[in-house]
Design a protein around this ligand. Structure first.
Ligand code: AP5
Length: 224
């Protein structure tokens, strides 16, 4: 049976992180989120974090040379050997090409690219109400998925905050960047026969059920 090597694709706020948290537990996958990795570098004040911060605050992509090297090291790590879930990478054609070449060299391949689709208006509503925990990045929404106690993470009791880039002007910029640079990857992976589409307007558990059912079928087909 092949490895469960997956990409989560979709606009900001589509629910990639929300689904990744569930899938990571269901399938014991290494969850590789470039956004989380970059935010960790920013909060540790590393050189890479300093380089990335201004791009992130402006809603722009961090330069490829910073991101690609970081991901190549991460997919080779021990916990990613049996499968990985990329969340936020690739985000343009250069990154997709670099990933394809690296996997070919390692004699590994992608099983599927999971596209979560939502409208721009929905993205703005979701990101305006998103809160994340300061300890492990667990994700909530003030209206759609509120914590049991206001401002406190259900899972680890840490404080919930609003992300720096979750303000309307930056959200609009992120959407513009998504449509210009990342959305062309839909056709890129469709041509490779890897793309699977999911209706991100459904509640999180329904999206999760649909993804799980699709992955179960893909795994079965791959075994035959
Ligand atoms: P990153 O952290 O990757 O942000 P993003 O792609 O913009 O995605 P988000 O994390 O905002 O959204 P999500 O889809 O995970 O949604 P979530 O599950 O939280 O990147 C941040 C920045 O880092 C970039 O702008 C860039 O500068 C840089 N960067 C990262 N990767 C890079 C790369 N490869 N190259 C260059 N630069 C890079 O859900 C959102 C909200 O909706 C939550 O409140 C949630 O509770 C709610 N929600 C989720 N699902 C549902 C649902 N089904 N129904 C109702 N509400 C829902």
């Amino acid at each position: 049976m092949s490895e469960l090597n997956l990409i989560l694709l979709g606009p900001p706020g589509a629910g990639k992180g929300t689904q990744a948290e569930r899938l990571r537990e269901d399938f014991a996958l290494a969850h590789i989120s470039t956004g989380d990795m970059l935010r960790a570098q920013v909060s540790e004040g590393t050189e890479l974090g300093k380089q990335a911060q201004s791009y992130m605050q402006a809603g722009e992509l961090v330069p490829d040379e910073v991101i690609i090297g970081m991901i190549m090291v991460r997919i080779g790590a021990a916990d990613a050997r049996d499968g990985f879930l990329l969340d936020g990478f690739p985000r343009n054609e250069q990154q997709a090409d670099a990933l394809g070449e690296a996997l070919a060299t390692l004699e590994r391949r992608l099983l599927a690219v999971l596209l979560i689709e939502v409208s721009d208006d929905e993205v703005v509503r979701r990101l305006g109400g998103r809160r994340v925990c300061t300890k492990s990045g667990h994700v909530y929404h003030l209206e759609f998925d509120p914590p049991k106690h206001e401002g406190i993470c259900d899972q680890d009791g840490s404080r919930l905050i609003q992300r720096d880039d979750d303000h309307e002007q930056t959200i609009r910029k992120r959407l513009e960047v998504y449509h210009a640079q990342t959305a062309p990857l839909i056709e890129y992976y469709e041509k490779e026969g890897l793309l699977r589409r999911f209706d991100g307007r459904r509640p999180p558990n329904e999206v999760n059920d649909h993804i799980r059912a699709t992955l179960a079928t893909l795994r079965l087909e791959d075994k035959l």
